[in-house]
Design a protein around this ligand. Structure first.
Ligand SMILES: Nc1ncnc2c1ncn2[C@@H]1O[C@H](COP(=O)(O)OP(=O)(O)OP(=O)(O)O)[C@@H](O)[C@H]1O
Length: 268
């Protein structure tokens, strides 16, 4: 659980990004970006290549410190603590590229996601003390739950390198879930997938939200899929917010249609 905030939070959305600007020397990746994200919602960030989507996710995850502005999660400024502290606040993320450990099983890869909760010390583990054994059971239960939510239970003992790409992406999701986050940040979870795999991962993201009540912030390029999945969508263009709203609002926004799709009509 994130620590209680020092200020009143009644009805405040748990994630609040306020006037974030991020510069890399002369390049301004984000300019004055603000949005808020309700608990238990799926929030998508879309936009053309170079729009600043990954930079924004990196700011929210605490990997990048914004040049100006703030990111508050339950009142805690995520731009201040280091990334491992952000994990302890209940924030987990996945990356664009699959980064699993070859040679380890599905379950072992997912257990890696539990390291933020490893309570027993190194020596307790080494000596097989009861605290370490109880901790081990907790780790496994959390990993098994993550596998179960994503329908990976039957694959738990398979080496990850034998799995198709779409299943590997699910294992990554399970690994992020095993940390039992409250806020899950997904960087293009559907990238490189065929249509069937995309549908499966989209269903998995929905299951994560519905069964575990997590808040999900995700970057995604597939516009039809995003409009079917997300509760709200933020459209970035050249580092600035072009539009923010429900899928229905975004689909009809003339600025979005013109700048993002380059057409005046409805997106395909
Ligand atoms: N570490 C960095 N150093 C310098 N410039 C960077 C850095 N990271 C991002 N940028 C620049 O910031 C801008 C936004 O990049 P970013 O990767 O956030 O966009 P994106 O929307 O995620 O793009 P893509 O869809 O291609 O992944 C780009 O101009 C990029 O070159």
């Amino acid at each position: 659980m994130p620590p209680l905030a020092a200020e009143p939070l009644a009805f405040a959305p748990p994630l609040q990004v306020s006037a974030v600007t991020l510069s890399f020397g002369a390049v301004t990746a984000l300019r004055n970006v603000s949005f808020a994200c309700a608990e238990g919602s799926i929030f998508a960030i879309v936009g053309p290549n170079g729009a600043g989507k990954t930079s924004l996710l990196n700011v929210v995850s605490g990997a990048y410190r914004p040049t100006a502005g703030s990111v508050r999660y339950f009142g805690v400024d995520l731009a201040r603590p280091r990334p491992h502290r952000v994990a302890a606040l209940g924030v987990a993320r996945t990356f664009q590229n699959v980064a699993l450990f070859a040679g380890l099983s599905v379950l072992e890869n997912v257990l890696v996601g539990r390291h933020v909760h490893t309570g027993a010390g190194f020596f307790a583990y080494g000596l097989g003390w009861p605290t370490a054994r109880a901790d081990d059971r907790r780790q496994r239960a959390a990993a098994e739950q993550a596998l179960d939510v994503l329908g990976l239970g039957a694959l738990r003992d398979l080496p990850v390198e034998t799995l198709p790409y779409g299943v590997k992406k699910k294992v990554e999701l399970a690994r992020a879930l095993a940390a039992q986050p409250r806020l899950l940040l997904l960087d293009e979870p559907l990238a490189g997938m065929n249509a069937e795999e995309k549908r499966e991962i989209a269903a998995a993201v929905r299951a994560i939200r519905d069964r575990l009540g997590l808040t999900v912030v995700m970057i995604e390029h597939d516009f039809p899929l995003v409009t079917a999945l997300a509760d709200r969508i933020l459209v970035l263009d050249h580092g600035e917010v072009l539009a923010e709203g429900t899928p229905a609002e975004i689909r009809q926004d003339p600025k979005v249609l013109e700048a993002y799709f380059g057409v005046a009509g409805e997106p395909a």
